[in-house]
Design a protein around this ligand. Structure first.
Ligand SMILES: Cc1cc2nc3c(=O)[nH]c(=O)nc-3n(C[C@H](O)[C@H](O)[C@H](O)COP(=O)(O)O)c2cc1C
Length: 385
């Protein structure tokens, strides 16, 4: 029976375990580039035992970023910084994954700790945001009008997805996720709350899924066939007029036919008026993941409140999740997998870190209390060199 620490193979890629660092926007880029900061924190999680490591949502266009401090891969000059990150991650034994996205009407923002309000389009740090329709995100912080994308612009964005995917492969990423959740562009095309179009990209479920399916098609053309192509879907708006999970199940079935290898499910994020949301629930998406597995038969990953080791392990053992994504727990503890391995009674938790560290940690017994573990009975501390 697979468990949290069993290897996982998807296409030609094998993860050493089922634990992934979920994409997290860090607001630390200059001109969209990845630099030493990104190598440091992503390398640390790879060295800490994560099987799959994502940087943040990486923009396919400058105005697809959340803020001017966010990362992109819309220019060949950005490939080098990404390549340093991927080689660091892979040198530490993890697989490097990228999440490509466009923020749509939720772009042009201040950083969270500055209030996350939208910046005016004529400000040097702002831009005119775009979306499927002229519908603003109505949370009182996004006062500027949204410009509706033309069909030609939609086709241009699909070319931008493909160009970004080509650069991602060149940079050494081996797992590619498209971000269609959290109220960003893909999510807003999918949701009737943001998409009021009357052309082929709006209205019926088939039309609302078209932007997403065409992005998958465009990426699949350039992304190597033997590497996983996945996507994170805003699969429920928790609002009567928004996206419902039943629709997500149907659309993910279509995506599978278009070459999707795994579905990562999350919330829609298309309205601040969330009713009966599940964000605070432990293992919030696991029940839905199990349903998706049953009805579509596609591999599934999810995040949200899976950071208690037994919860994460159960999600894999029950067959609901193939990969467990950890956001905040990965931020808080770069060695979460080692801690989880010990909590779950794995024989050799240090086998998860690079062999040279593992040797020291296994052989320099004692002082266990200093790493938060109880001192083993009869321990006889030895000196290191
Ligand atoms: C600081 C931070 C930044 C995030 N940025 C992204 C992002 O760029 N893309 C994304 O899909 N989710 C993003 N998320 C959501 C996480 O990937 C994850 O889904 C969420 O934190 C739930 O997992 P958790 O309960 O393990 O934290 C972010 C979360 C945090 C805490």
């Amino acid at each position: 029976m697979p468990h949290l620490f069993s290897p996982y193979t998807l296409k030609s890629v094998t993860l050493r375990n089922r634990i992934a660092m979920s994409p997290m926007t860090m607001y630390r880029s200059v001109d969209g580039r990845m630099d030493a900061y990104h190598q440091m924190y992503l390398g640390a999680r790879a060295a800490g035992g994560f099987g799959l490591v994502f940087p943040e949502q990486v923009a396919i266009a400058p105005e697809g970023r959340t803020s001017t401090h966010c990362a992109g891969i819309y220019d060949d000059a950005q490939i080098e910084g990404h390549a340093r990150v991927t080689s660091m991650i892979e040198d530490m034994g993890a697989v490097a994954a990228i999440q490509l996205g466009h923020t749509g009407r939720k772009g042009s923002e201040l950083r969270p700790w500055e209030g996350k309000a939208q910046i005016a389009p004529d400000d040097p740090d702002g831009w005119q945001v775009v979306g499927p329709s002229e519908v603003s995100f109505d949370d009182g912080k996004h006062p500027y009008p949204v410009r509706e994308l033309t069909v030609d612009e939609i086709h241009g964005l699909h070319r931008a997805y493909a160009d970004a995917a080509r650069r991602s492969a060149e940079a050494g990423y081996r797992w590619l996720e498209l971000h269609f959740a959290h109220g960003y562009l893909g999510a807003s095309f999918f949701s009737p709350l943001a998409n009021r179009r009357t052309d082929a990209y709006g209205g019926s479920l088939e039309n609302r899924a078209r932007f997403l399916l065409e992005a998958i098609d465009a990426v699949r053309e350039v992304w190597p066939d033997d590497l996983p192509l996945t996507m994170r879907l805003g699969s429920d708006d928790f609002h009567p007029d928004g996206t419902h999970f039943d629709e997500a199940v149907t659309a993910i079935g279509w995506m599978r036919e278009h070459g999707l290898d795994l579905a990562d499910i999350s919330f829609g994020g298309n309205t601040p008026d969330v009713r009966d949301g599940i964000h605070g629930d432990e293992a919030a998406w696991v029940e839905r993941a199990a349903r998706l597995k049953r009805e579509v038969g596609i591999p599934v990953a999810a995040s949200w409140n899976l950071g208690i080791p037994a919860t994460a392990d159960d999600a894999v053992r029950s067959g609901a999740l193939d990969v467990v994504l950890l956001g905040r727990p990965a931020l808080a503890n770069p060695h979460w997998p080692v801690w989880a391995a010990r909590e779950l009674g794995l024989d050799d938790p240090f086998s998860l870190v690079p062999e040279d560290w593992a040797w020291w940690l296994r052989n320099m017994r004692g002082h266990q209390g200093s790493i938060g573990w109880p001192e083993p009975a009869g321990a006889n501390p030895v000196q290191g060199g």
